[in-house]
Design a protein around this ligand. Structure first.
Ligand SMILES: *Cc1c(COP(=O)(O)O)cnc(C)c1O
Length: 426
């Protein structure tokens, strides 16, 4: 099946007389006729549901859908994107280990690595997302367990050179984990470029309507754990009667361990209702992504016209699809159908003018969210980064005039008219 069809059809096929639409299995637990049958589930000898922390049929459907969309062997949903990133790392790294990460990543992920993982004894080296394999080489240590990056970074819209990062990782027998939240598998499938594990915040475009927090981990099944230093996968797990994940589960070793070990112990499971909403949202994912990209291109083209002439109101625009964008070559390679609906730009007149613009938009909503059906925007300098001085803002790549604009799926003329009237107010 093609991606558009997978979005609609994959993951749930009702049998004779069953509900046409995926039911919400609002149940913590599942009934069996004998304790022997349930015992087999506990021992991972049989596939099945017994407790919603570990698996639930409503989550199972979008898990299958996402695995198919990304081209992986398995997927596990989590309660948030943060939980997905954390579990993907803790599954193969622990105290005393080291990881390499692109520095162009979501702020929440940066804090997770820089503060929390450090406190847990895992050290991170941050490197530029455009590094070549030969440059990444120098950052590897004996205890390096993985390389991490973000396809299209939130909010800086930098593009990861996935092939170079994969090449460097594989030459040291470590996997590449890629956060593919912004492009979604409709615009990029990182596994095709060498990524081994893909993570998502499903709270953004995958859900698409800003109704449910969620995350996902997808395992490509391509990485050979027996060639690297991963005893947690290649040696017996005493908390599971001595099962060796690579021997028993083969290509699915990573994703089975993520569920059997870490979801069991950490418990950041998705609610059935949220899994249902995610599944429903993903049915229109392909349609929406196409529209988000078309609309964003029109808005970006309009903004370019507002950089010129005596009444210029825009000082700069960052949209990777624009030909003169520094990331345009990488965009053409990895995101040929469009990057996403997110654009950032600067308003002439700095912090004050940007605030005036924020107060003047009518259709676009000022929210701490991004990547859903409704057009929204955020001014980091007066909200998420308000405690920082102009100098400190510059250091973290957020200028005082920066507006993060998430173009929705409304009629593009209405979105542009809204921006136009707000600019007239400055
Ligand atoms: C939002 C986001 C996250 C965190 O996801 P939550 O669902 O908010 O926990 C991680 N990565 C990226 C790229 C994001 O945009």
């Amino acid at each position: 099946m093609k991606r558009d069809t997978i979005c609609v059809q994959e993951g749930y096929s009702p049998k004779n007389g069953e509900p046409r639409v995926l039911p919400i299995y609002q149940s913590t637990t599942f009934k069996y006729d004998s304790s022997a049958e349930m015992g087999d589930l506990f021992d991972l000898k049989k596939d099945g549901f017994f407790y919603t922390r570990l698996a639930n049929p409503t989550a199972d459907a979008p898990e299958k859908k996402l695995a198919a969309l990304e081209g992986g062997v398995g997927c596990m949903l989590t309660s948030s994107g943060q939980a997905a990133s954390l579990i993907s790392i803790l599954n193969i790294a622990s105290a005393g280990d080291h990881i390499i990460s692109s520095s162009s990543i979501y702020g929440g992920t940066y804090n997770l690595f820089f503060k929390t993982l450090k406190e847990m004894g895992i050290e991170t080296t941050f490197i530029p997302c455009t590094s070549k394999a030969s440059e990444i080489e120098q950052y590897f240590r004996k205890n390096t367990k993985l390389v991490f990056g973000e396809t299209l970074s939130n909010p800086s819209l930098d593009i990861l050179d996935i092939e170079e990062f994969a090449k460097a990782a594989h030459s040291h027998n470590v996997p590449l984990i890629v956060d593919n939240t912004f492009p979604t598998p409709i615009n990029c499938r990182p596994i095709e470029f060498g990524a081994d594990i893909v993570v998502h915040s499903t709270s953004k475009y995958l859900d698409g309507h800003a109704v449910a927090l969620g995350g996902a981990i997808i395992d490509s099944g391509n990485f050979d754990w027996t060639k690297g230093n991963y005893p947690m996968l290649t040696e017996p797990d005493e908390s599971y009667h001595g099962v060796t994940y690579t021997e028993t589960f083969g290509k699915a070793a990573f994703i089975v361990k993520a569920r059997a070990h870490l979801m069991r112990d950490l418990g950041s499971a998705p609610a059935p209702m949220n899994a249902f909403l995610l599944n429903l949202g993903m049915e229109t994912l392909a349609l929406r992504m196409k529209r988000h990209c078309e609309n964003a291109k029109k808005v970006a083209d309009y903004l370019v016209t507002r950089m010129q002439g005596p009444d210029a109101k825009i000082s700069w625009i960052n949209y990777p699809d624009l030909p003169d964008n520094p990331n345009n070559a990488l965009c053409k390679k990895y995101l040929p159908n469009g990057s996403s609906g997110v654009i950032s730009f600067g308003i002439k007149g700095g912090r004050e003018a940007a605030t005036k613009f924020m107060d003047s938009v009518k259709l676009a909503a000022v929210v701490t969210h991004v990547a859903d059906a409704r057009t929204s925007l955020l001014h980091p300098a007066s909200t998420t980064h308000r405690q920082l001085t102009d100098e400190q803002l510059k250091d973290c790549g957020v200028t005082p005039d920066l507006i993060r604009f998430s173009v929705g799926i409304e009629d593009p003329e209405d979105i542009i008219a809204d921006i136009d009237q707000a600019l007239a107010n400055i």
